[in-house]
Design a protein around this ligand. Structure first.
Ligand code: NIG
Ligand code: FE
Length: 444
């Protein structure tokens, strides 16, 4: 197959009509590249479906009733009302698939996970229910450090297989892209092992983006020497991560029990020199300046944010930093202070929703459940929740041009659902209505 993006736009009058309809916002998806040219049909054509394109600014969910989706070379080549399909859309070689009136959405994106780790922390779960706090457990050498011990002891294959099991659960929820962080190694060998495991999962029917979580916790060998650890990360671990191209972004945990904004900023500056964008665990337990740091350095996202104030939200809006909301951690830690959803909404900050799947604070392997919790706990609308796992999640990964909405030119990563309305995706708690997933236009 050859790339079609360089081919001229077609002159077909029906196609021209589609441009006009899109411009008037009757429906939003604008086929911009690779539309059907005379004699060049789609590889796959999906018909008899409804599409929640999640394109912003038009009708709810960017919905198209009686939709069709044309796919070529793994990307969406055309999307619109089936009645407007160009005459040359299909040939004898086009695989025409009828979806029985089902809803098609962008494949879901889980933009914040710690999917690769060894062991579990069920004992801490019980201890917390008996009154211990997360911070007390961390201070006593448990918490993140207990997962660090287990992860250092695990083989690469053990890390891959245990994460693959959790990944299957995400795939059953229609996830086609997952972000995976390191951060349970805290030494060069184990951080590289975690990131290699994450990259290896790319072959398991999902796209993976990886984040080197360089500043997660202070390893015991550096006790009392946090600045020296930051030096070590910058001088010894980050270059090895970069040399193997193991990370797409970097992350740091800014919190009194973890690292200061100054330490994180030093790490982010070094990562930026290697071309790596930043994400942050910010304002989860206290207002520690993480969100303001995110805006100063133009991070992709600031995540958690329960303790972020309105000024931080305004700064995030101005800097185009996405918010990533993590209801799994909020619920598991029995938190009571919600993130500033109203302010984020008023200032039009992109609000992503993710599982934060990790063994300590969010043993959650369902992105649909995260959507439900976002609605039930924080009054996200079901449309915001779905935008949070599609369009906004893509933005939080710096991938908005490539995925996250159903638009011509984007990857044909799709989820097809047995639901009566897209709101039903957020309605069930513990039930996936996924019918089929497409990765690059192929049923997967
Ligand atoms: O996102 N910074 C915190 N990181 C995880 C928790 C990790 C853990 O406790 O293992 C979080 O909540
Ligand atoms: Fe996290």
């Amino acid at each position: 197959m050859t790339a079609r993006a360089d081919l001229p736009l077609p002159s077909c009058p029906r196609v021209a009509g589609i441009h006009a309809a899109a411009a008037s916002h009757e429906w939003m998806p604008v086929p911009s590249t690779g539309m059907t040219e005379e004699g060049v049909p789609f590889d796959t054509l999906l018909v008899d479906c409804r599409a929640a394109t999640m394109v912003a600014g038009g009708v709810a969910y960017g919905a198209i009733e009686a939709a069709a989706v044309g796919i070529r070379d793994g990307r969406i080549a055309w999307i619109g009302p089936e009645a407007d399909l160009p005459d040359d859309a299909a040939s004898a070689h086009t695989d025409v698939q009828r979806l029985g009136g089902r809803w098609v959405t962008p494949g879901l994106i889980d933009c914040h996970t710690h999917l690769v780790f060894a062991g579990d922390r069920v004992g801490e779960f019980e201890a917390r229910l008996n009154g211990a706090t997360y911070q007390e457990i961390a201070a006593a050498g448990g918490g993140i450090l207990s997962t660090v011990r287990a992860t250092r002891a695990a083989s690469l294959d053990q890390l891959i297989e245990s994460a693959a099991d959790r990944l299957e659960s995400l795939k059953r929820d229609g996830v086609t892209t997952v972000e995976i962080k390191s951060g349970y190694g805290l030494d060069r060998e184990t951080e590289l092992k975690m990131l290699r495991a994450a990259r290896a999962l790319e072959g398991r029917g999902v796209r993976v983006t990886t984040t080197y979580l360089g500043l997660h916790a202070l390893p015991p060998a550096f006790a009392g020497r946090a600045d020296a650890y930051v030096d070590h990360v910058i001088a010894d671990i980050l270059p090895a991560v970069v040399a193997e191209r193991l990370a797409d972004a970097v992350d740091a945990y800014v919190e009194p029990i973890a690292f200061t904004p100054e330490q994180a900023e030093r790490f982010f500056a070094a990562a930026a020199e290697h071309g790596l964008p930043a994400k942050l665990h910010a304002e989860q337990f206290s207002d520690s300046g993480g969100a303001r740091l995110a805006t100063r350095i133009r991070a992709l996202s600031a995540d958690h944010l329960e303790y972020a104030d309105e000024a931080a939200v305004v700064a995030m809006a101005e800097a185009g930093v996405a918010a990533v909301l993590l209801p799994g951690a909020y619920v598991a830690l029995r938190e009571t202070r919600p993130p500033p959803v109203d302010a984020l909404r008023r200032h039009a900050v992109a609000m992503a929703v993710a599982t934060d799947c990790n063994p300590g604070t969010s043993p959650l392997t369902s992105l649909l459940a995260a959507m439900n919790l976002g609605c039930a706990l924080w009054r996200l609308t079901p449309e915001e929740a779905l935008a949070g796992t599609t369009r906004a999640a893509a933005q939080a990964l710096g991938l908005a041009a490539d995925r996250g909405t159903l638009e011509a030119g984007k990857r044909a990563d799709l989820a097809v659902w047995d639901v009566s309305t897209p709101a039903e995706l957020s309605y069930w708690l513990g039930r996936s209505r996924l019918w089929r997933r497409y990765l690059g236009g192929v049923v997967s």
